[in-house]
Design a protein around this ligand. Structure first.
Ligand SMILES: [Zn+2]
Length: 332
């Protein structure tokens, strides 16, 4: 277990007002001595989520979630203990103690995020080099501009077995961390790059962390898409692609698309509030995340059978949260 000093934690608690903290995520109304709002941890339309100012704690009578400020941060931002404390300390303007507190899980997560960032940089630079121009050509053919390609950090994974593996090794990363990040795998003949000969889209969370990748083939071969499996820093059912940009779009609506490429094309066309759920089907967790950032969700799905099925599922999920949905009628 991490060992932060009691005095540090006490000071952090004094400087963190839980009503203030939770208010930045949940719209709270004062009711007597407490505050109530719609629970961010389960779907509901009438408030059962309660914040107690005097004990600096929260409790939900609907799902049983409860605790102090640190547990709220852990749960809402999907952080481990140390990272939650770090976010709160930063918010309170406090310096974290230098060492002696970092637990191994927290360290591991940090290294995975570094590996992902380095991997994204590698794929992008490779695509911009002579050897990677087949990838660049793919995106240009899809109508993307160089500016959009840079903005989303798009890249190309080499058509070789271990180009990335060698690169990460040269940067000093060890194999077990590469495996934990999911970018390298172990086979009978040794280690190999998971993504090969694919155009790559990095998935970035709302805090700007590189958490995963989506890879698409350049032709019609199968499987068309492969994505990072769940890791210590990525749970696909919880994540939304494009939200890191869309949250700053200045609009109080989000446009929910089906795929990453749809989102990227929308942003290029000026609709910077476009997003897509990670994974194949929209989940409750993603719906809750989206409803935290928007008052209205505009559902843009393909007009084919699969698209309409996904649309119906989305409608039923959004029906359980307090957000307006609209479905534009597309001609053609
Ligand atoms: Zn709840």
């Amino acid at each position: 277990m991490p060992s932060l000093s009691d005095s540090f934690l006490q000071e952090l608690q004094l400087k963190t007002d839980i009503v203030d903290l939770i208010s930045s995520y949940v719209s709270l109304k004062k009711r007597g001595n407490t505050y109530v709002g719609l629970c961010p941890f389960h779907n509901e339309k009438t408030p059962s989520f309660t914040v107690y100012e005097n004990t600096q704690s929260f409790y939900c009578f609907g799902c049983g979630a409860g605790g102090d400020g640190v547990s709220f941060m852990r749960k809402i931002e999907n952080l481990d203990y140390i990272d939650a404390v770090k976010v709160l300390a930063q918010r309170a303007g406090m310096q974290m103690p230098d060492d002696g507190y970092d637990d191994s899980l927290s360290k591991k997560r940090r290294v995975i995020l570094q590996i992902n960032r380095e991997t994204a940089r590698f794929y992008h630079n490779y695509m911009m080099s002579e050897q990677g121009k087949v990838g660049l050509q793919y995106f240009l053919n899809r109508g993307l501009s160089q500016k959009t390609i840079r903005h989303f950090g798009l890249g190309y994974a080499p058509n070789n077995w271990d180009e990335l593996f060698k690169h990460l090794k040269s940067k000093g990363y060890n194999v077990s961390d590469m495996l934990a990040a999911g970018v390298v795998r172990k086979g009978e003949k040794g280690y190999y790059d998971y993504f090969r000969n694919r155009v790559m889209t990095p998935i970035i969370d709302v805090r700007g962390n590189f958490i995963a990748f989506g890879g698409r083939v350049l032709d019609d071969s199968k499987p068309k898409y492969i994505n990072t499996s769940d890791t210590l820093v990525y749970k696909k059912t919880n994540e939304v692609f494009g939200l890191n940009y869309a949250k700053d779009s200045g609009k109080d609506s989000l446009i929910l698309c089906e795929g990453y490429m749809d989102v990227i094309a929308m942003h290029q066309a000026g609709f910077t509030n476009a997003v897509a759920g990670c994974g194949t089907a929209l989940t409750n967790e993603q719906v809750r995340l989206l409803s935290r950032y928007a008052k209205e969700i505009i559902l843009v799905y393909d007009n084919d059978e699969a698209g309409q099925k996904a649309l119906n599922k989305a409608i039923s999920l959004f029906d359980q949260v307090d957000v307006k949905i609209s479905i534009p009628t597309l001609s053609g």
